[in-house]
Design a protein around this ligand. Structure first.
Ligand code: C2O
Ligand code: CU
Ligand code: CU
Length: 518
């Protein structure tokens, strides 16, 4: 590994270094907008069960299994591994402060249908190929219910997790977190939504019911026979590729769907559930999104966004008013690519919903709130050829001893120093945090001399990033500082890059919340 190679051309390497793929679906020959956008069904409890303190709480059972689903009218059914019978899986509707339990039985076939790399941590030969463990992203839960990556279980086994929902209204999501194959399991379809609502949000009178629509974005490579394709490196003994992206973007499991809407306000709850793709969303007619929330709930006020950037793992809660566009068809775009179509009805309708000028107060942390500052690097390790072989957090691997041990109830600043050429969405389990600032650095000073040299001023987050977050874009060649209060529970959690290929290959670390000394 040469020092200079560490931040060489990761982007080019990953497109160049793949074994030849079977014929892929030709999107340009597919008729767009023939399928209406599906809305995942809301999960129904199977009854009640005693929780840890013997109180009966609603109990759900959501099996993880194989099924086939139509991604487009003219494409043969696609094999998925997912939750229940759909991708995304059934939506969990929860209320703040009301605990639920979910059993997640693993009913998968024994053999994985996507290519496992046995060199990756936790993916050694001999462990069940179709292992799984579920994590609710953004949930404040005890460690035993968080989906620790090594707490996976194989087919025929099951786990029941407890979700206290002691947190504010937000759009969370559940997905697989099994060590070393998480990227394959999520690619196979293991993701679903988990909505928390609360009594603060209810009276805001935002669009709801039929007018609140989730949009779950997942890009895929689809073979011409309609099946998922996951590429492999040219070396069969080490098939891992540094990033997965496909040009087929599924929205709620459909390719190029349409949604019939009324000329009124809608609330769209957008999740980027893709392995590695960042989206830059816009409406073709130039109309902005009014962003009202981010990962962990409402912003203090709506932010007007002409183009909405959303990284893997992030959520954006937006309101769009179609009232002035009766009878029009409006495309949702990702840069120049078309994702879906909104068909606005011609007849005028009443719109009793509101878009309040202020939403939920967010008390901004300041540096003075923090008692500990940690500087944590994001770096790429390359082969002699300049291809990324792994990415590390703080120069450490998964199995290195736990080095981040925040004390419960204290606040810390984590300075994420990204010395790579790529943006990495960094996610911490358990907590919500705020972005303090970003500031350009010179990566070579760090790489050659372990010195941090800032270039120019620090700049605060944009208004749409100034609320509560659980995933942050650490921009390349920059320091990104987040401020985190460690609340909830003591115990071991993880933090990682949400580019799943990175996460599966060492860009994930444990951290431990410890009890205060007494
Ligand atoms: Cu979206 Cu560790 O998770
Ligand atoms: Cu998470
Ligand atoms: Cu990454």
């Amino acid at each position: 590994m040469t020092a200079a190679g560490r931040f060489s051309m990761a982007q080019m390497a990953h497109t160049a270094k793949m074994a030849p793929a079977p014929p892929q679906l030709d999107l340009s020959r597919l008729t767009p907008f023939v399928d209406s956008l599906p809305i995942p069904e809301v999960a129904k409890p199977a009854g009640t069960r005693p929780n840890a303190s013997r109180r009966r709480v609603p109990f759900y059972r959501i099996p993880i299994q194989e099924f086939f689903s139509k991604i487009h009218r003219d494409v043969p059914p696609t094999r998925f591994w997912g939750y229940g019978n759909s991708v995304p899986g059934p939506t969990i509707e929860a209320r703040s402060g009301e605990e639920i339990s979910i059993e997640w039985p693993n009913r998968l076939p024994a053999k994985h249908f996507l290519p496992i790399d046995h060199n990756l941590m936790g993916a050694e030969k001999g462990v069940p190929e179709s292992r799984t463990v579920v994590h609710v992203h953004g949930a404040r839960v005890p460690p035993a219910s968080d989906g620790w990556p090594e707490a996976w279980y194989g087919p025929g086994k099951s786990a029941t997790y407890h979700y206290p929902n002691e947190q504010e209204a937000a759009l969370l999501w559940y997905h697989d977190h099994a060590m070393g194959i998480n990227r394959l399991n999520i690619c196979a379809g293991m993701a679903g939504l988990y909505v928390i609502r609360d009594s603060f949000e209810d009276p805001l009178n935002l669009p709801k019911g039929d007018y609140e629509i989730p949009l779950v974005l997942m890009d895929r490579m689809i073979q011409s026979d309609g099946q998922l394709y996951y590429p492999v490196a040219p070396t069969p003994e080490a098939p891992w590729v540094p990033e997965y992206d496909g040009d087929a973007v599924l929205i709620n499991g459909k390719l190029l769907p349409y949604l019939a809407v009324q000329p009124r306000k809608y609330r769209f709850r957008i999740l980027n559930a893709s392995n590695a793709r960042f989206y830059f969303l816009s409406l073709e007619n130039g109309q902005p999104f009014q962003q009202i929330g981010s990962d962990q709930g409402l912003l203090s006020a709506p932010a007007v966004m002409n183009r909405l950037a959303i990284a893997p793992g992030e959520r954006a809660d937006v309101v769009v008013d179609f009232a002035a566009h009766r009878g029009q068809n409006i495309l949702l775009k990702n840069l120049t690519a078309t994702l879906m179509q909104f068909r606005v009805a011609a007849e005028r309708v009443a719109d009793p919903s509101t878009l309040p000028p202020t939403l939920r107060p967010v008390r901004r942390f300041t540096e003075a709130d923090a008692t500990v500052t940690r500087r944590l690097t994001l770096m790429e390790v390359d082969s002699l050829m300049g291809d990324p072989v792994t990415h590390l957090l703080d120069g450490k691997r998964w199995h290195d001893p736990v080095s981040e041990k925040p004390v419960l109830g204290t606040t810390e600043i984590w300075e994420l120093l990204n010395v790579t050429d790529d943006a990495h969405p960094i996610h911490l389990h358990l907590v919500r945090f705020q972005i303090l600032d970003r500031r350009a650095i010179e990566p070579s000073d760090w790489i050659y001399n372990s010195k941090v040299v800032y270039r120019g001023d620090a700049f605060p987050p944009e208004p749409n990033e100034a609320g509560w977050k659980d995933t942050v874009r650490a921009t390349p060649g920059a320091s990104t500082r987040i401020i985190v209060k460690f609340e909830g529970y003591t115990g071991r959690y993880v933090w990682h890059c949400h580019i799943l290929e990175h996460e599966d290959n060492e860009m994930m670390r444990p951290y431990e919340v410890i009890a205060p000394a007494r």
